[in-house]
Design a protein around this ligand. Structure first.
Ligand code: NAD
Ligand code: DAU
Length: 336
């Protein structure tokens, strides 16, 4: 099987490529990534030498480039991880989010349709459901009520997958996962941001009252679910993926402060994110029942290993913070 994976120079996509290539030694993997600020080829360095791995630098909104890559590679399946992903950036400037997340998805699905791709998996997010009060969980049938420009753009893409299935018969699948953590996450997101700040002896900025709740899942558990949906999911269907692990931001912050050997004075409260979703919680009964998938990584173990990874890979995040990783592409190809 040849799988074309977009956005795989980012956090989840790169972890998924590593996971899938290990699980399926006969798969050919074609990565397509624009290498935005969030794309880093160093994330793929250990798998990139494999003869069954190929990389194309391209924008998913560029129909010409995407059409040429698809005609050349003729993938059996497509997984779209590529997106603008940081909520705070979408509040600053929504336009890029709408372009990449909506028009990019449309471009990929149009080309997939023309080439008769056998399975198209859209990586969506639990943020499409909006925010919960203290009780209840999101099921696949919950109303879609996105609250940030990021979430709204992901909702549009998610619904395009439904529309392309209903209208054109493109065999689309959708996953809606909760907050991922693990290695290679860009240090603008809560956990790596706070670990790197604490390492520098700086204070970490907790938004609002810090009582917002997220459901944290290890990225390998997300990869396990994506693989199962790609291989065994039913076209036209949506699958929630969650960690069953709700934590307030204060709780996460305290765990990180303790893991880094610092004290409560390392935490400061700052003005809240506009439109900040209060609580996410996932009902993953469907993927458990239909595909036998459930999270395997205990949170305490996963978090400890993740903090250890950032401490052991200081060169990785220092290169990211300095912007040095942006030249990795040129260096990668210069060495071949
Ligand atoms: P990321 O920001 O780490 O990586 C995004 C990748 O997409 C980067 O490699 C970037 O270069 C690439 N990209 C961006 N615009 C592109 C374009 N126009 N053309 C080609 N490539 C482009 O993101 P992530 O956290 O790994 O998230 C991956 C996917 O998973 C996203 O679709 C996101 O919405 C979804 N998701 C993320 C989480 C999470 O907790 N991080 C949870 C649920 C779903
Ligand atoms: O739920 C899935 C989503 O999780 C994905 O779709 C998004 O791509 C991903 O970025 C993530 O969104 P969040 O907004 O939940 O993640 P973030 O790491 O930005 O923030 C997690 C929580 O921590 C959130 O309640 C905001 C808070 N926060 C974040 C930062 C960066 C702070 O309190 N301080 C901070 O500095």
């Amino acid at each position: 099987m040849k799988v074309l994976i977009t956005g795989a120079a980012g956090f989840i996509g790169s972890n998924f490529v590593r996971y899938a290539m290990k699980a399926h030694a006969d798969w050919e993997v074609v990565v397509v990534d624009k290498l935005t600020y969030a794309g880093n080829l160093a994330n793929l360095e250990d798998v990139a030498q494999a003869p069954r791995f190929r990389f194309h630098r391209a924008d998913i909104c560029d129909a010409g480039a995407i059409g040429r890559i698809f005609s050349q590679e003729k993938p059996d399946a497509v997984i779209n991880f590529a997106a603008e992903t940081h909520v705070d950036r979408s509040i600053d400037d929504p336009s890029l989010f709408l372009r990449t997340n909506i028009l990019g998805t449309q471009t990929l699905m149009d080309v997939s349709r023309k080439l008769g791709v056998a399975r198209y998996l859209q990586i969506s997010t639990d943020e499409v459901y909006g925010s919960l009060g203290p009780a209840g969980r999101f099921s696949e049938d919950s109303p879609l009520q996105p609250n940030s420009p990021y979430a709204a753009s992901k909702t549009a893409a998610d619904l395009l997958a439904r529309a392309y299935f209903k209208t054109y018969g493109l065999p689309t699948l959708v996953t809606r996962c909760s907050n991922n953590y693990g290695p290679y996450q860009f240090p603008e997101k809560l956990i790596p941001f706070f670990v790197t700040l604490l390492h520098e002896g700086k204070q970490v900025p907790v938004y609002g009252d810090g009582m917002n709740v997220r459901d944290w899942i290890h990225v390998d558990d997300h990869s396990r679910a994506v693989l199962a949906v790609l291989l065994h999911g039913k076209p036209g269907q949506v699958y929630n993926v969650g960690g069953g692990n709700e934590r307030t931001n204060i709780e996460i912050t305290k765990l990180l402060i303790a893991a880094m050997g610092r004290d409560a004075s390392s935490m400061k409260f700052v003005p809240d994110r506009p439109g900040h979703d209060r609580r996410y919680a996932i009902d993953d009964a469907k993927i458990r029942a239909e595909l036998g998938v459930s999270p395997q990584v205990p949170f305490e173990e996963g978090l400890e290993a993740t903090v250890r990874w950032y401490l052991d890979n200081e060169a990785w995040w220092r290169a990211v913070l300095s912007g040095d990783y942006l030249t990795f592409y040129e260096r990668w190809y210069a060495n071949r």
